[in-house]
Design a protein around this ligand. Structure first.
Ligand code: IVH
Length: 677
């Protein structure tokens, strides 16, 4: 084996710090500075050098986050200083009482300065850094003794293995919350559902379950995040004098800190913060169950001290619960666009996190059987963000004496066609196809949807009543509505303006191109990206509809399953009939790809380098990035002369300034949404 030269050593160190830098930009700042492939290249270079010189591998190398061997069990570990809990309050009065006690304890008449943060719903852990190195991570446990979860925590990319900068205390215990972001939680559960595997009831359980894996390789796959919220032991170096100063220092050390944190003054400041965050709650990328108010100044905290197991200087102000109990009054079955049968629990109405909920999904019959839900049962219902409410579990102890097991139907509850259970799928389907009114309704709703033909003025309710009144029975019929203005005006709640709107929307949809049209047809397996690839490859409907299996598989990302599904679609007599009706519509643009760079064109940002900066409110950065890439843009982390567009959210800083200096096009979030979403 070769001996490493100083150049090798330098190379390794440079690669490690570069990788750490990119990790930080990506996982903490949410602001990637290089493309994923370039990151992978650096990582591979480091792996190769370490393979060549194994003696140079250090535990804090970015390659060493996932340990090689699973643990046998978790070791108990005592906290030097107990990890306390918080006093909970639910009303403005309780906040006023808390503030009064604080001022009394401080013998102060002045308004108190509070550090305020979201109360994250996750797992509390303490990270111990010795001379800047992460040596231990321990769960809260009972507050005095927790479990050593170092191996799992090391896999969380945003948690630094080494604190950035210098002059770190000899020992510092950084406490915070490990949580499962909502988007990743939903993806995890959707995949689990599709594979018939066990789902997690909520993100908190998902975080705890993922952290308490003996095999760190599993934890590493689970997208966990960490945010600091409090301090444990601190030995050596001068300690900051307040929570807000400490937070600034931790940011310099590159410890992940929640961006929503703030400093406010007095009860009025706390309340304004509580309300502001409540308005944002549904759009936050993680679950919160309230806000935490903490006296900012550390010596004031010391004066106030503790009661029982909670500090006198902090309070959690809770929001309405996202999980509540109610009873099931019926179990109905919904039939979707693709014929999938979804059991839905009708509930005795209940307020969940500020919204009245009357229905909750049971996903599929397998889930319903697993959860053993029956009419009459008490159930725990959960709503998170803008996701459909779901039944989490039954409360068995409260089951009434007489209940009946739910038996899945053998025929479609809407059209009576046979129910089939396709092999390898967990869902049951109606075999009626477009002769089933429910599938027809779903197909038309999908056709007119924003991402499909984008027909303005035609919402779900209107589609349903047009079908019910016999105005339409297929997507082709939508275009004959233009001749039925007088009849449409006779419908309830359809004034001159709404009818004109509807007809203008229908007319305008003739301008959509092949890729939107293909997606709008709702062909099984053909999502937006596949539709775009097919349109780009075949250019015209004619060529596409005449392609055989092999020719179809010539398009990007089209395999045998997609090709098969397309062939089935083209073969089906009802589809052929609808297509030939659509072919009679004048001035329709659907039969070929649109090359022009309009909003509805295929890739208006093809080849344009776009930089995202600042905080986006309506979209996550990942969503914005994915959307830009689907429009053909190359998303980059830094602004230069070659940048074609900068999308600047709130608090955009140096990148926005540079863009302005260079005269690069800038859009704010609203402008971006308006133009490209
Ligand atoms: S401060 C002495 N801040 O809530 C109290 N806790 O109910 C120090 N939690 O176990 C905690 N978000 O894990 C604080 N922004 C936040 C928090 C937070 C969540 C958890 C914490 C604690 C539990 C108490």
């Amino acid at each position: 084996m070769n001996n490493p030269t100083p150049t090798h050593l330098k190379q390794i160190n440079t690669l490690r710090s570069e990788i750490q830098q990119h990790n930080y930009s990506y996982h903490v700042l949410d602001d990637p500075t290089i493309a994923d492939v370039e990151y992978d290249k650096l990582f591979k270079q480091l792996l190769e050098l370490e393979k060549q010189f194994p003696d140079l591998i250090t535990p804090d190398s970015p390659t060493q986050r996932v340990g090689a061997t699973p643990l046998d069990g978790f070791i108990k570990c005592a906290h030097k200083e107990p990890m306390l809990s918080l006093e909970n309050g639910f009303s403005d009065n309780e906040l006023e009482e808390f503030d009064r006690r604080v001022r009394e304890g401080l013998a102060s008449t002045k308004d108190v300065v509070y550090a305020v943060e979201p109360k994250l719903d996750g797992v509390a852990v303490s990270l111990v850094y010795e001379s800047g190195k992460l040596v231990r991570a321990v769960t809260r446990g009972d507050g005095r003794v927790g479990e050593d979860v170092t191996v799992g925590v090391r896999t969380i990319n945003s948690v630094p293995l080494n604190l950035f900068g210098s002059n770190h205390p000899q020992l510092v215990e950084i406490r915070g919350e490990i949580f499962f972001p909502l988007k990743e939680f939903n993806i995890f559960n959707e995949n689990a559902l599709a594979n018939g595997e066990k789902t997690f009831a909520n993100p908190r359980n998902a975080a705890a379950g993922s952290l308490r894996q003996l095999d760190p390789k599993i934890t590493a796959k689970r997208a966990l995040k960490f945010y600091f919220h409090s301090l444990g032991e601190w030995i050596g170096e001068a300690k900051p004098q307040s929570h807000s100063l400490l937070t600034n220092l931790l940011k310099e050390w590159r410890i992940p800190v929640c961006q929503e944190g703030a400093v406010v003054v007095g009860v009025a400041g706390c309340l304004a913060y509580y309300k502001k965050l409540e308005a944002k709650r549904d759009g936050l990328p993680y679950e919160i169950d309230g806000v935490v108010y903490k006296v900012d100044n550390f010596s004031d905290r010391q004066k106030l001290g503790f009661v029982a197991r909670a500090p006198r200087w902090a309070m959690a102000h809770k929001y309405a619960a996202r999980e509540v109990t109610t009873t099931v009054s019926a179990i109905d079955i919904q039939v979707g666009r693709t014929g999938a049968l979804t059991p839905v629990a009708r509930l005795v109405p209940v307020n969940v996190g500020g919204v009245m909920v009357t229905n909750a999904t049971l996903h599929n019959f397998q889930e319903l059987a697993r959860k053993e839900v029956r009419v009459g049962d008490w159930v725990m219902v959960r709503r998170a963000g803008d996701v459909i409410p779901e039944v989490v579990r039954i409360i068995r102890e409260k089951r009434p004496r007489v209940t009946k097991e739910f038996i899945p139907p053998t025929t479609c509850p809407v059209c009576d066609a046979a129910v089939v259970w396709p092999q390898g799928e967990v869902v049951a389907r109606c075999s009626g196809g477009l002769s089933c009114p429910a599938q027809r309704l779903g197909a038309i709703k999908h056709f007119v949807a924003r991402r499909a033909m984008d027909i303005d003025g035609l919402g779900d309710k209107l589609v349903a009543s047009l079908l019910e009144k016999g105005f339409i029975s297929s997507i082709a019929d939508l275009y004959s509505l233009v001749e039925k203005k007088a009849e449409l005006l006779k419908m309830e709640r359809m004034g001159e303006k709404s009818v004109d709107n509807l007809l203008a929307g229908i007319n305008a949809s003739r301008k959509r191109d092949l890729s939107h049209f293909l997606f709008a047809l709702g062909i099984k397996e053909v999502g937006e990206t596949t539709a775009r690839n097919l349109a780009r490859h075949f250019k015209t409907w004619e060529r596409l509809s005449q392609a055989d299996q092999e020719a179809l598989q010539g398009a990007a990302d089209v395999g045998s399953v997609v090709a098969e599904s397309l062939l089935n679609f083209f073969r089906e007599p009802h589809n052929q009939e609808v297509i030939s009706q659509l072919q009679l519509i004048e001035d329709s643009n659907w039969w070929q790809v649109e090359e022009s760079a309009t909003t509805h064109g295929a890739r208006p940002l093809e080849g344009v380098t776009v930089v995202l900066t600042g905080t986006l409110e309506k979209l996550t950065r990942q969503q914005a990035k994915a959307r830009l890439e689907s429009l053909g843009a190359k998303v980059s982390g830094s602004v230069s002369k070659r940048t074609g567009l900068v999308v600047a959210g709130e608090k955009a800083g140096s990148k926005l300034k540079k863009a302005q200096e260079l005269g690069v096009n800038v859009l704010d979030e609203a402008g971006f949404i308006d133009k490209y979403l």
